[in-house]
Design a protein around this ligand. Structure first.
Ligand SMILES: *Cc1c(COP(=O)(O)O)cnc(C)c1O
Length: 440
């Protein structure tokens, strides 16, 4: 990585000054309140900062870069596709990378999911899923069924329909009062992954659904892991209950697998923890191995048929960069690598369970620390929930001094390491998290 010349201090200061004044960062004020850290390269599981320091990326670039950076197979897939075409419109045209990727997705997802809509980000794939549910209900002659049933504590993206199904408090619904559609919310799933399901909660889900039965278009949830809404893991029994309610009320179950998909929680799909199969499913984040933005919404043949026979005559969505060939090529390469189909002998299940063991071991000592409310691990996800909201720059200073990049939010210090991290690298991440927890 030495060939990536570090920037000199004046160059860094100029870059940061412009960044602060003109470049908006996620969920941030303008001008920026704190400096961002300039990155000039990334390789393997490490980010290279402009001042020459390297950091193990405990975030996998927001849970996407499961194979790390500059992976030779993924680099080659993009380079090869650039030599053919970087993009063509998808209206009236198709191409091999899109068809190959659709075929892989149909193969890797549960059997009833056979139809694939390519979206250009996770948020858009959730919009598309919601649109599918609404067009489906209209086509069935039930336009009064236009509300979504979900649980609090969720996160489904930042566009308007998505925000309406995010947790009302974390999702800042009060900023958009009167604008967001009002959805039907049950309480957050209580307890943890391994806790016995609470019969009172199951009753609450059932009675809320019964009360609103005639107006529910679909049920939407993240399977078993609630990600950006609070990094909580809930009992698979609750997911089975949502599946049963969807069947009972004759509405599709939409599962948002954008964070959980492709092995992150220890099973290939989050829904596999519960043996549940959705009618509509969103995938994104790790789909392209973190190389390019792409997501997809899959649905059953029946939902596709009803929508297509309905008044619009099709699904009313079609992004400019739909099925982008570069993204589709690298997604194919990433999925083949992940599932060992390319014959390289990678085994995501072994990788995730090895990471899980190191996270469990390394984070155990944080249980019972004064500032820590809960420490939990599921698959390759390690979470320390603190009692108070954390001072993010202060925590990052500690983790960076341990050579690790993390981005805590609210009261959560967590990691989702790239699957290619060695046990030693995962241990470095847990050491950094322990040091951060001890500082509270
Ligand atoms: C990240 C995420 C999204 C939004 O995806 P973007 O690509 O950021 O638009 C939606 N749902 C879940 C569960 C996510 O984790």
């Amino acid at each position: 990585m030495a060939e990536h010349a570090a920037m000199n201090p004046e160059e860094i200061e100029r870059l940061l000054a412009f960044d602060r004044e003109h470049v908006w960062h996620p969920y941030g004020p303008m001008p920026g309140a704190v400096d961002n850290h300039p990155v000039v390269a990334a390789e393997g599981v490490r980010l290279v900062l402009a001042d020459g320091r390297t950091l193990i990326d405990g975030m996998s670039s927001w849970w996407a870069a499961v194979h790390g950076y500059r992976h030779p197979v993924l680099d080659a897939a993009v380079a090869d596709q650039i030599g053919r075409m970087s993009h063509v419109m998808f209206g009236g045209l198709t191409h091999p990378p899109a068809v190959r990727l659709a075929s892989l997705l149909v193969d890797l997802t549960p059997e009833p999911l056979t139809k694939v809509f390519f979206a250009d980000s996770g948020s858009v794939s959730v919009e598309v899923a919601i649109k599918m549910a609404l067009q489906y209900q209209r086509a069935l002659g039930r336009p009064e069924r236009h509300r979504l049933f979900t649980v609090r504590g969720g996160y489904h993206g930042d566009t308007f329909a998505d925000m309406s199904v995010c947790d009302p408090v974390n999702g800042m619904h009060h900023l958009f009062t009167g604008v967001l559609p009002r959805q039907i919310f049950a309480s957050p799933p209580p307890g943890g992954y391994a806790d016995e399901p609470d019969p009172a909660y199951l009753d609450e889900l059932a009675s809320l659904a019964a009360r609103h039965s005639g107006e529910i278009a679909a049920i939407i949830a993240e399977p078993v892991v609630q990600g950006a809404g609070g990094m909580r893991f809930y009992s698979p029994a609750y997911l089975r209950a949502l599946r049963d309610l969807a069947d009972e009320h004759g509405v599709p179950l939409i599962l948002d697998e954008i964070a959980t998909g492709f092995g992150r929680s220890g099973t290939f799909w989050g829904a596999d923890h519960a043996g549940v199969v959705p009618d509509i499913m969103c995938v994104g984040k790790a789909l392209t191995g973190g190389y390019l933005t792409m997501a997809a919404t899959l649905c059953t043949s029946e939902i596709a048929r009803v929508i297509s026979e309905g008044e619009g005559g099709g699904l009313m969505h079609g992004p400019t960069f739909m099925a982008n060939p570069l993204a589709a090529s690298v997604a194919c390469a990433s999925l083949e690598l992940l599932t060992g189909r390319d014959g390289r002998g990678r085994d995501w299940r072994a990788e995730v369970s090895a990471i899980s063991a190191v996270l469990e071991d390394g984070l155990a000592e944080t249980r019972g620390l004064p500032g820590v409310r809960d420490t939990r691990v599921l698959g390759a996800i390690g979470v320390i929930e603190t009692v108070e909201p954390v001072d993010v720059p202060a925590i990052q200073k500690i983790t960076m001094s341990h050579g690790v990049w993390l981005r805590p939010f609210r009261n959560l210090i967590y990691t989702m390491p790239p699957y290619v991290c060695t046990p030693d690298e995962v241990a470095r991440i847990t050491e950094a998290m322990v040091a951060a927890a001890r500082s509270l």
